[in-house]
Ligand binder design. Sequence first.
Ligand code: ADP
Length: 491
Amino acid sequence: MPDQVRRKIRVLFAAAEAVPFVKTGGLGDVAGSLPAELRRAGAKASVILPKYSFIPQEYQEQMVHVADFYVPLAWRSVYCGIEKLTYHGVDFYFVDNEAYFKRDAAYGYFDDGERFAFFSKAICEAIELLPELQCDVLHCNDWQTALAPVFIREFYQASEACRNVKTIFTVHNVKFQGQYSDKVLEDVLGLADNPTAAGQLYCDRDSINYMKGALCYSDIITTVSPSYASELQMPFYGEGMDGIFRRRSASLRGILNGIDVDAWNPATDELINHKYSVDDMSGKAEDKRLLQQELGLAEDPTRPLVVMIGRLTNQKGLGLVRYAMSRLMERGVQVAILGTGDRDQEDAFRYFDWTYGDQMSARIAFDNALSHRMYSGGDILLMPSEFEPCGLSQMIAMRYGTLPVVRETGGLQDSVEAYNKFTGEGTGFRFANMNADEMANTLLSACELFWTDQEAWAKLRRQAMETDFSWSRAADEYMGIYHDLHPEIAR
Ligand code: ADP
């Protein structure tokens, strides 16, 4: 063990989105919540993200100009401003360049490859130039920041500020990898004359894959649940990267995300009709009645109310639900779905709503307030996903005593403990295969328990509600990794 220094470990968290400034998916939640928890766990954590023009004005007005410099990007020299805002105790640094980030949305532009190569290079340059951004760990997330671990090794290794920086790359969604024509190698990345680097970035004969770069260069790779970390090593889930995940399996960890346990709390939630807690569940029964009323379902406490909340895309296993719907209806189960997504999925559920009257409701909308009322009013949350890196809905549902029925994949498998009828243990119900009958059997056996054994049901609810899904557990695990990378810094 080297001589240890006593100071806080410095973590720079790099992401293309962070709540409350910009959010398109789960990454925004993570970047908005985790750094504050890392601070509480003893790190000096800051966040760096692009300064998009659509960040709400109230935040833009609070930003303070810290520095500006020029970033070398192949043959270009590109302006970069750094603005700072402290939010809930965490310093957020915004990379400013209007040519790249004065757009209507975060992604989806022809030059995304160049925009996020710039962002990644600007991060390295900022670490080198600005003492307040110096860090021990650079924690990058998804393809938009995937080049930073590559650049820091290839261009900044000689710099005093960068030499000891360790890099972590977290995969939130392996579907989006940032793949571009190999012209970027010379024109944007400036790596055409570096065959070692180029070799690690090439994925096909003539395309460059940013995520592959991060997977090869980062000291540690993490993803958002332990099961997804195993699945990424399989061809079915790995989206072409499974070979690299297998090669780097010794450096690959899965850490389950948390949820915002203050925002999702039935005892204090202002968006639900009746608040309740694990010791007094009477409010939940009332919430169920009001939800049935609101959705045009029969107001009947004896019918299990199955809710689904999420994007209506193939990933979510909706084919199984469609196949099993008539069987569920015949058994007297109520189903309520809230979501938007693919047109054919939306239409299928509109059709069920129309066909099954007061037993089925489909709200094709994005409605946060209604989602709270559904989490609190439901008995069961159904989530038969084909794959699910982490999944938030099942954790939120458990917090509201709405028992999840999930397929055993990714974060669903890691967060839901299967009901054991012999011991009464568990926090929900699970099935293994992408098979509609298997899903329906599991769901109906959950309903059977709901109908026949209220005591066992109440016990499961209590266990689900008492499970710890806070970010502090995840933060502790990340802190363990950071410190393992820097044994010279005392814990
Ligand atoms: P994913 O990230 O794949 O979309 P998650 O389960 O991780 O799925 O997160 C989805 C989050 O978005 C949950 O908090 C869920 O409540 C919310 N959500 C999804 N669709 C809707 C909707 N139509 N209305 C309100 N909230 C929604």
